[in-house]
Design a protein around this ligand. Structure first.
Ligand code: PMP
Length: 441
């Protein structure tokens, strides 16, 4: 029994299986996106009588919408422990856009900077830093966890040139959580700031940017609403006011200016200066509604429940023959509810298809926009990576990823374990069947 199931929209959707029967869809792809809370959809409906374009309307509805949009900044900032006096909450499209904005905005401030990314990042916290800065990558150990020793060595090596450590709060491949406050303290010790990619962290654990209990505060945090039970299209960037007060915005346009002539521009103060164009007020209302539900449940409860579900799955997966796991279970390293695996001798895309066709279970497979990390986890030799780079055919590298949300149940996990055991014990049968059906090479 899971009391959170009733909170989710579309939870009982029936989908067809390969044998023609219908089953209730099981969603184990929450790291990609989570279904919305019913309360979020209700709040959008409740808000619709007041819906209006904000900031520049004198009409009553526009005033109401504008007030709500502005109030959202403190509610959302407060949810992750941001400092309202020193930090700005900026609404954007998603995490990717937020990191790109930061990368564009810091370039004038730190033209010769070294940015330390890590070997476990999503492409969105790696590619935006390339070409504008000198980028180096903090190494991982053989299990795929971040090496703090390497961080220390790199901070020392660059002798004050590192201005930002851009690190994920939790990996979208292994779920490993990074000790962000410890990393922050280390970075601050060398005069650098820290950006936490919170896309996988904020929906699954409590985040406290400025907690006095923690050794180092978080300078920048980014996350996406569509991974925390609100719809697509809203992302959040939180960072020091002083950074956004300086210089021109990277994306100028309507809504960013106070006064303009053909040869003069006076920018508005942040955050408005950083939010060009008509803002996504519905998305912000939805994000607030999602946060309200998450707070009512309590992030500590969510974290504990999802951890139990993950541990339960790992314990049982370890007992199934031919299953290869990529995140370590025994050492109690903190992780969010993500489990990457392969079935030996079967391709990741075939396993994902079988789960969908035979049991109505949605997972994701491939490299999850973290190709360098997955290459390392799969121990792909350097020569092979080189060969792939020179070859025109796309590589078939990848793993299968299970990722839980707070509404998933033990019964759903048991259904997954049953079908995985069935596949793993009858690989030849399933390979033959699905090679024919799906034309796998
Ligand atoms: N970082 C991480 C760790 C992610 O998991 C994702 C989404 N897969 C992103 C960044 C990018 O998020 P978005 O697609 O919402 O921009």
């Amino acid at each position: 029994f899971n009391s959170y199931r009733g909170l989710i929209a579309g939870i009982d959707t029936k989908i067809p299986l390969i044998n023609g029967a219908y089953t209730t869809a099981i969603n184990f792809d929450n790291a990609a996106t989570t279904p919305p809370f019913l309360a979020v959809l209700e709040e959008i409906m409740n808000f619709s009588p007041w819906y209006a374009s904000i900031h520049r309307g004198a009409g009553y509805k526009s005033q109401c919408s504008s007030t709500l949009y502005e109030e959202a900044r403190s509610i959302i900032g407060n949810f992750v422990g941001a400092d309202p006096n020193k930090q700005e909450v900026i609404f954007l499209k998603n995490t990717t856009e937020a990191i790109n904005k930061l990368s564009n905005r810091l370039v004038n401030l730190y033209p010769d900077a070294v940015i330390l990314s890590t070997c476990m990042e999503h492409h969105s916290n790696d590619l935006p830093w390339r070409n504008k800065y000198t980028v180096d990558y903090i190494n991982i150990d053989k299990e795929g966890k971040l090496s703090l020793r390497d961080l220390e060595e790199k901070l020392q090596h660059y002798q004050g040139r590192v201005k930002l450590v851009a690190v994920t709060g939790a990996s979208n491949v292994t779920g490993y959580m990074n000790p962000v406050h410890k990393i922050a303290a280390m970075a601050h010790g060398y005069g650098a700031e820290i950006l936490v990619d919170g896309a996988q962290l904020v929906p699954h654990a409590s985040v406290d940017m400025l907690s006095p209990k923690n050794p180092g505060h978080i300078d920048y945090l980014v996350f996406s609403s569509h991974k925390m039970y609100a719809p697509f299209g809203t992302g959040v960037l939180i960072g020091p006011k002083k950074v956004f007060q300086q210089g021109a915005p990277d994306c100028p346009g309507g809504g960013t200016v106070e006064f303009v002539t053909h040869d003069y521009v006076k920018w508005l103060s942040p955050p408005l200066k950083e939010e060009a164009g008509t803002p996504n007020v519905m998305g912000v209302v939805a994000t607030m509604a999602a946060i309200k539900v998450l707070k009512e449940i309590g992030m500590n409860h969510i974290e504990a429940y999802e951890r139990q579900l993950t541990d339960y799955t790992l314990t049982h997966l370890e007992r199934i023959p031919n299953i290869q796991l990529f995140n370590y279970h025994q050492d109690n390293h903190p992780k969010v509810s993500i489990i990457p695996f392969n079935i030996e001798g079967m391709s990741h895309d075939m396993v994902a298809s079988i789960l969908s066709h035979e049991a109505g279970i949605a997972v994701r497979n491939g490299c999850f926009c973290a190709q360098p990390y997955v290459q390392r986890l799969l121990k792909v030799p350097k020569e092979e990576v080189q060969r792939i780079m020179e070859d025109d055919t796309l590589p078939h590298l990848g793993v299968v990823r299970i990722s839980y949300g707070l509404y998933n149940t033990y019964q759903e996990v048991d259904a997954l374990l049953r079908i995985l055991r069935e596949i793993a014990e009858n690989r030849s049968y399933y390979k033959e069947k699905y090679n024919k059906i799906l034309d796998f090479g």
